[in-house]
Ligand binder design. Structure first.
Ligand SMILES: [Zn+2]
Length: 107
């Protein structure tokens, strides 16, 4: 699955609808009116499909429950025990469930 941002995509589609309205105005309503109305209707249908598409679960947030003596930790979301360091940096997400870990600096 490829996650995309519907809030970015939908306004772009609606820009096409506005462009079609401008073009239609240039040609008048008889010649190409029906053609442009059909295109406009198709774009509006797509915009509605985007609104109706299911929202994938928001990314979970968790934190590492660190082991006191070893460079390992448990994910607070799924409970998997993993080596949480890459060099001196802590991993920013759980490799098992994908939870974004709080309190981990990007640097
Ligand atoms: Zn996890």
């Amino acid at each position: 699955m490829r996650l995309i941002d519907a809030d970015v995509l939908k306004p772009k589609i609606l820009e096409y609808v506005k462009a079609l309205e401008r073009i239609k105005y240039c040609y008048g309503y008889d010649t190409f009116g029906k053609y442009y109305n059909g295109k406009k209707s198709a774009y509006l249908n797509v915009a509605n499909l985007i609104d109706e598409a299911p929202t994938v679960e928001e990314r979970k947030h968790g934190h590492w429950i660190e082991h006191p003596k070893h460079p390992i930790g448990d994910c607070s979301v799924c409970g998997e025990r993993v080596p949480i360091y890459s060099g001196s940096k802590k991993y920013k997400s759980c490799p098992y469930c994908g939870a974004k870990m709080e309190g981990v600096n990007d640097g």
